[in-house]
Design a protein around this ligand. Structure first.
Ligand SMILES: *[C@@H]1O[C@H](CO)[C@@H](O)[C@H](O)[C@H]1NC(C)=O
Ligand SMILES: *[C@@H]1O[C@H](CO)[C@@H](O)[C@H](O)[C@H]1NC(C)=O
Ligand SMILES: *[C@@H]1O[C@H](CO)[C@@H](O)[C@H](O)[C@H]1NC(C)=O
Length: 575
């Protein structure tokens, strides 16, 4: 059995990478965690993978702490096979704006910089560009090369999954020059575009190869890249330049599974009407609606083309100590065969260890989920509490909240906040300090003629109301380091009448992190509607319509394509 060695500095989800390698063939994965491991194993290393997630500085400091900078650099210089991923690629450059003063390996003298939220491509439409860049994008330009081994089966037609805020941008004559010089001396580059910013998506030289995107999360297209690297069997690059890239990421379609235990003790996926998941009629009156098994359904949606899968523990508000959370096993099983991002939500909070009786911080709970295969964790009730404290403390960041801690270790992109707001009518703007929406259509005024509304946030599955608005919670969480917002709407949940455009617009107009539209999707045109709204929403989530079998994920994508919208479509599942 061929061994594949992975550098593990414990900064992210390596389970998926491990799973993807085992999925591709008969490989055994061996981890290298420090210099001693490296020295002991050095002679047997034939394929080394160098993955990095999260913060540049955190990652580089871990490498230094474990005394791995030098051996990795030496290994590369010896011309041996290495594949870097994401921050693994970034650390090969000299430095990053993300962590000033920290030096990377400086194989190329480029400083990584943050994507510009006021990118003209978006600004001319009155929008902010979402940062982080989360989503599927093409690599539109590959260094033409006679040697077909350079960029390992990558091509300009497939889409790959990116998630990062900083990039090696090709934006100055100095860098363009540096790249063309490097090309002359055997370097190969793959470039992508986000808005009007072009950046390095992949590089290679000789046996060394690195990608900014996550091949282990890029569906079949990504598996093909990993396979080509492992087997050294790169296909010839057919198209080195695709048609002009728009710079706009594909619309993401997310399948969401609300998971809970039913009265028989089985783990089921359920879906309710305004959060009530119990049957209201028929022989099963009063029992939890059973829409299928979580792992099986997730795999089905992956095969239908879902761009991400989200699992939500909808009973997590119940108090229970940290004991064998069944969701961990759901993730472990799902991550074996699903190679798109997985998010898990519910119950990421400080919990009590049943044995020691000590409190386990939310960061540690999140680590358990990441180690089981989650790429992102979603904070619900906890996010509301954090936002309330943030305003009480006059917006001073304590550094100790779950959002700050998890994003510090695992990167902003790993922290999603999920909120469940409910519309509240307001007669006059002096009644509340929340930012209100003015209702223009009189037929939509409140029962007492109220002309304004805001969205009041709830927790505990809609049971508890908080004196804070959805927008206020989102602004607080964005400032604290959340990377994405999953925006539900109790008023629309289970209604099949389409997304809550009013709420989505209010939030998206004021934040620059991505917003995922959720609640109310009943048919493919609802997805088109939210994307057409032109307020910068590029991800939307469906649940009930998929679980009931009304539509497949692929039906939604087909419809969006027919409307001229860009989506990822992967028809051929063979690697
Ligand atoms: C090459 O790219 C062009 C433009 O995107 C596309 O139309 C064509 O089908 C591609 N050719 C191959 C062989 O994939
Ligand atoms: C959901 O959270 C509750 C409370 O922490 C826990 O008891 C339950 O086991 C969790 N469910 C899953 C599927 O993990
Ligand atoms: C939110 O966006 C609207 C529209 O752009 C703007 O009028 C409002 O001032 C913004 N609110 C905040 C809190 O930034």
């Amino acid at each position: 059995m061929t061994k594949v060695h992975i550098i593990d500095v414990e900064s992210g989800n390596l389970r998926s990478l491990n799973n993807s390698i085992e999925y591709i063939g008969d490989y055994e994965v061996v981890y290298i965690r420090n210099r001693d491991d490296f020295s002991t194993l050095d002679k047997e290393i034939t394929h080394l993978i160098f993955p990095g997630v999260g913060n540049f500085g955190h990652f580089v400091r871990e490498l230094i702490k474990r005394d791995l900078m030098e051996p990795v650099k030496r290994y590369v210089n010896e011309g041996r096979k290495l594949m870097g991923i994401c921050v693994g690629l970034q650390s090969l450059f000299s430095e990053s704006e993300e962590s000033e003063g920290i030096c990377g390996m400086s194989l190329l003298d480029v400083k990584l910089t943050k994507f510009d939220t006021s990118d003209p491509t978006f600004k001319t439409r009155g929008l902010l560009k979402s940062v982080p860049h989360i989503g599927w994008n093409t690599v539109h330009s590959l260094t033409p090369s006679k040697s077909d081994r350079c960029l390992y089966g990558m091509n300009t037609q497939d889409k790959y999954y990116f998630v990062h805020s900083y990039a090696a941008k090709v934006d100055t004559p100095r860098i363009q020059n540096l790249i063309s010089k490097a090309e002359d001396s055997g370097w190969r580059f793959g470039l992508s575009k986000y808005g009007s910013e072009t950046f390095v998506a992949a590089i290679s030289k000789g046996s060394f190869f690195a990608t900014q995107f996550h091949p282990e999360k890029s569906g079949v297209a990504g598996l093909r890249v990993i396979k080509a690297f492992l087997e050294d069997s790169a296909d010839e690059i057919i198209n080195t330049t695709s048609s002009t890239p728009s710079g706009l990421p594909s619309r993401r379609i997310i399948a969401c599974l609300d998971v809970r235990t039913n009265d028989q003790g089985d783990l089921v996926v359920t879906k309710g009407d305004q959060y009530d998941v119990r049957e209201k009629s028929g022989s099963s009156d009063g029992s939890v609606r059973n829409l299928g098994k979580p792992v099986e359904l997730a795999l089905k949606y992956y095969e239908q083309g879902a761009d991400e899968i989200t699992f939500l523990n909808i009973t997590s508000f119940r108090d229970s100590p940290l004991t064998d959370l069944p969701m961990l096993e759901v993730l472990r099983q799902a991550a074996k065969n699903i190679f798109v991002p997985l998010t898990v939500g519910g119950g990421i909070k400080d919990m009590k260890d049943p044995v020691s009786q000590e409190m386990v911080p939310a960061l540690k709970v999140a680590e358990l989920y990441f180690a089981s295969g989650a790429d992102k964790v979603s904070l619900g009730s906890e996010a509301v509490t954090i936002a309330e404290q943030y305003y009480q403390a006059d917006k001073i960041k304590s550094g100790s909240t779950a959002i700050e801690q998890i994003s510090h270790c695992f990167g902003n992109q790993a922290v999603v906040i999920s909120i469940d707001p409910k519309r509240k009518f307001v007669g006059s703007l002096t009644e509340t300090s929340m930012q209100c929406i003015e209702i223009s259509d009189p037929s939509k005024f409140g029962p007492n003629g109220e002309k304004y509304c805001y969205y009041q946030v709830t927790s505990q599955g809609g049971r508890k109301l908080h004196e804070i608005g959805a927008l206020e919670v989102c602004l607080a969480c964005e400032d604290l380091g959340a990377g994405e917002i999953l925006l539900n709407s109790i008023d629309h949940d289970g209604s099949n009448k389409g997304f809550n455009l009013e709420l989505l617009r209010q939030v998206k107009e004021n934040v620059s992190i991505p917003v995922i539209a959720s609640s109310g999707a009943g048919c493919p045109s609802h997805f088109a509607e939210v994307f057409e709204m032109d307020c910068g929403i590029d991800a939307a989530l469906g649940a009930g319509m998929f679980h009931r079998g009304d539509y497949k994920v692929a039906d939604v994508k087909k419809y969006l394509l027919s409307q001229g919208m860009d989506v990822r479509s992967e028809m051929d599942m063979s690697i």
